[in-house]
Design a protein around this ligand. Structure first.
Ligand code: 7TS
Length: 419
């Protein structure tokens, strides 16, 4: 038995069988406006496999109870599944301890938690917060709010034309005044993957704490928070094939331990009287109120699904698909690809001469091709490239080269309509 196990572990992961994978996602198999759906809006949210849908349904059908507070069987089952998902998230991120895994609503709430809890306790007047020019609004606005509240200054590391952070400028912006650095691991608008390990080391050398926004990274490749050595790492469940309304904040235990609570309420306390309240241990100190139990359990199933496919197999497949799509789109006259970083996830932002991105979206929808158009909650990126908006195709491991062909055909259709 043990020999069999060992041989399974030593066998390299098989390449991704996309036809089999697609069978796991019910929403992919439908027509839109009489055309087979090509769902290419995965950076906005991903579709869910049966295992995630079933896990959520099983909780509501069979195990529905509140967690951590009932001795009855249903509550024990719900608690075991909830805490089981925490352990899955810990392994997924290679965190040292499950006390470092806090369940939140999503990447947005995780960043706001760090800003308001860590930030208010550790950042003051005259201090600096450094982010990059490619951040999603959720890694800009919480720091602007905090800076305004504390009299701190927000600094921004620029990006080059390819959509890569200019590391020399980033390094120059780091100083003893820098208290916190916020970096996207992967940009939602450009696809650029940042060298966060190196950027973290540089920030630490300057004495700053580092938050990595992993919302667009975790669905595409393996993340190891201990190897990155970042202080905080945030995830959104719905971008990694799990439910909406659930996410993870990873924080180094010593930092979380020293931070004040973000919200007060039930669950986050050990003892309450009108004179004094004693807060709960980690991670419960940061999980006030009844959590999104079904969401956590669904996220656990999504992590199992990703791990089952293998993050390396996912990354390999998506790299090939990105290459195919880049070649296809680059050859189309009038098409401008925005974001050509050397290290890039399967996200293609583009503009089409003479066609407004919103019109592109509508025409594509009639071809069954789902993409996102707009500023992608990254307005400074649009400003950097001098465009009001882009069309964005974001590919997942269940997308195929035929769907990329459908995208190219839809682009030609848009050019004909407006050309
Ligand atoms: N960070 C990045 C890099 C993101 O792409 C997003 C959402 C968030 C944070 C916020 O995640 P939430 O789950 O808390 O909303 N990005 C997108 C997008 O690109 N299209 O729709 C949402």
């Amino acid at each position: 038995m043990s020999m069999r196990r060992e041989s399974v572990i030593e066998t390299p992961m098989p390449p991704l069988d996309v036809a089999r994978v697609r069978a796991d996602f019910p929403a992919l198999h439908q027509e839109v406006h009489g055309r087979p759906l090509a769902y290419l809006d995965n950076a906005a949210t991903t579709q869910k496999p049966f295992t995630v849908i079933d896990a959520v349904e099983r909780y509501y059908r069979r195990d529905n109870a509140n967690v951590h507070r009932g001795v009855h069987t249903l509550s024990q089952r719900a608690t075991a599944d909830y805490e089981g998902a925490r352990e899955k998230a810990r392994v997924f991120l290679n965190a040292h301890s499950s006390r470092e895994i806090v369940f939140v609503r999503g990447a947005t709430e995780a960043i706001n938690l760090v800003a308001q809890s860590f930030g208010r306790a550790n950042i003051g007047r005259g201090d600096e917060i450094l982010i990059t020019e490619m951040e999603h609004h959720s890694n800009i606005v919480p720091w602007q709010l905090l800076s305004g509240q504390l009299g701190a200054t927000l600094r921004v590391a620029p990006i080059n034309d390819a959509g890569e952070v200019v590391l020399e400028d980033y390094e120059k912006l780091l100083s003893p005044r820098t208290r916190l650095v916020g970096i996207a691991h992967c940009s939602n608008a450009l696809g650029s993957i940042n060298p966060v390990k190196r950027m973290t080391r540089l920030a630490h050398d300057a004495g700053a704490v580092v938050l990595v926004d992993g919302a667009q990274a975790a669905p595409h490749f393996a993340v190891d928070v201990q190897a990155l050595d970042c202080d905080f790492y945030v995830l959104s469940g719905h971008k990694m094939y799990g439910p909406t309304g659930i996410g993870v904040l990873y924080g180094k235990e010593a930092l979380l331990e020293a931070m004040p609570p973000y919200q007060g309420g039930g669950e986050m306390i050990k003892y309450v009287s009108f004179d004094k309240t004693v807060y709960n241990d980690l991670p419960y100190k940061f999980e006030a109120g009844t959590p999104h139990i079904a969401g956590v359990i669904g996220l656990g199933a999504a992590i199992d699904y990703l791990t089952g496919l293998g993050l390396d197999a996912i990354a390999d497949y998506e790299r090939e698909l990105l290459h195919y799509a880049t070649v296809m789109l680059s050859g189309i006259p009038g098409l401008r690809l925005i974001g050509c970083a050397r290290d890039k996830a399967s996200i293609l932002s583009f503009t089409l001469a003479g066609v407004h991105p919103h019109d592109i979206g509508t025409i594509f929808d009639h071809q069954g091709v789902a993409i996102r158009t707009g500023h992608h909650c990254a307005m400074p990126v649009m400003q950097r490239y001098g465009v009001p908006a882009t069309a964005r195709a974001s590919l997942a491991f269940y997308n195929t080269s035929e769907e990329v062909d459908a995208l190219a055909a839809a682009i030609h259709e848009a050019k004909e309509v407006f050309g």
